[in-house]
Ligand binder design. Structure first.
Ligand code: ADP
Length: 364
């Protein structure tokens, strides 16, 4: 290598001084790229290749051609290598392919069982069986409808077509409304719901219909993934996130005016009134926020999968969720909606002990 520009040395993750004088193979560590260079040298034909760098995982498109320099022997061949970092492009392409694969996978199961049920009905089964099958068919149709609705919702959000209208409101009422809707499902599994919600005198700035949707989604998951006789706890408190160092946040007492602040905790851990702890996401904006947490005593989420639950279609271990249904889109939608309020949604979880989902909304 005789010369490389600054961007190339960034992409190769090798300082210019370390790269110059070395062969391409020792910088890129890619046999295919090295072979391409040899081939261009041999027959003077330009070539291109797409490679993946083993060290950084970047996807690079390489184009190689020969140039002739004006040296005394007039025949010194030099090669020029054009490097394009296509990592982001290839990730987008993968996301698109995954989406198509996931949608067809999610549709195939209910469609296959609809077909089976319809075929059985054609053979005139006894009336009670026929009635049960029709009921099952309605459930399958509901599942497909739900999937299509959530997909539509997600695409509207991602296209920026859903506006979030922030108006001052009381969080207590919104939470009560969501709890009233989820209680029948919880009762069926004898799950106790505890709401530790102080109706802070300060209003929050929310789109209450969207907050409703987020709460219902999180509560619905909590019921779904908690065994019978478990417990779900909803609580809220006011936090102040510092401008300079967001790790220094204080727990407000939640009383009028929120002027009372406890001293900043030494570590960036937020101890909740019930003794559990959490860490705010690094990119949490500064200011005064209402933190809402929903804890359950359910099956929990393995640590290595936890960050992925917010990806669309992601479900932890499909086998354990087969009986409970779901599209894997709910949390992706909820995350968008929370971020549309300027807040953040994150989770803590211990396998077999339970999960806590937290989100923040701005105080008015
Ligand atoms: P869905 O519930 O429709 O599958 P979500 O996006 O709401 O989709 O959730 C994605 C996945 O995250 C779920 O399939 C489940 O594996 C996991 N998950 C979500 N909430 C909980 C919870 N409270 N406890 C355990 N696992 C959960």
């Amino acid at each position: 290598m005789l010369f490389l520009n600054r961007r190339a040395s960034e992409i190769f993750d090798t300082p210019e001084t370390a790269a110059i004088g070395r062969g391409l193979i020792s910088v890129l560590r890619d046999y295919q790229a090295d072979q391409m260079v040899q081939d261009v040298l041999a027959d003077d034909e330009p070539r291109e290749a797409i490679i993946q760098m083993p060290s950084s995982g970047r996807t690079l498109r390489l184009r190689c051609a020969s140039i002739y320099t004006d040296t005394p022997d007039h025949a010194a061949v030099r090669l020029i290598l054009l490097v394009q970092d296509q990592t982001q492009l290839s990730q987008l392409e993968r996301a698109r392919r995954d989406l198509v694969a996931n949608v067809s996978h999610e549709l195939r199961t209910p469609l296959a069982s609809l077909k089976l049920l319809a075929e059985t009905l054609q053979s005139d089964p006894p009336e009670p069986i026929a009635r049960r099958m029709l009921h099952q068919m309605t459930n399958e149709i509901d599942a497909v409808t739900h999937l299509v609705e959530e997909l539509h919702e997600l695409s509207q959000i991602e296209a920026g077509r859903i506006t979030i209208q922030l108006t001052p409101g009381r969080i207590g009422q919104v939470i009560e409304r969501a709890l009233a809707r989820i209680r029948p499902q919880a009762d069926r599994k004898q799950i106790m719901i505890i709401a530790n919600v102080v109706d802070h005198r300060m209003p929050v700035l929310i789109d209450s219909r969207r907050i409703d949707q987020i709460l219902l989604n999180l509560l619905h998951n909590a019921v779904k993934f908690t065994p019978e006789q478990g417990r779900i706890t909803v609580q809220t408190w006011v936090i102040h996130v510092d401008e300079q160092d967001h790790a220094q946040y204080r727990l407000h007492t939640g009383q009028a005016g929120a002027t009372m602040a406890s001293p900043a905790p030494p570590a960036p851990l937020l101890a909740t009134p019930t003794g559990t702890q959490t860490t705010l996401p690094d990119d949490h904006p500064a200011g005064l926020w209402l933190l809402i947490s929903i804890s359950d005593t359910g099956i929990g989420i393995p640590a290595d999968q936890l960050p992925r639950v917010f990806e669309r279609f992601f479900k932890v271990d499909r086998s354990r969720t087969r009986n409970v249904g779901g599209t894997g889109l709910g949390l992706a939608i909820a995350k968008h909606l929370v971020e549309g309020h300027g807040g953040r949604l994150w989770a803590d979880s211990f396998e077999r002990r339970g999960s806590t989902f937290h989100f923040t909304v701005p105080m008015a």
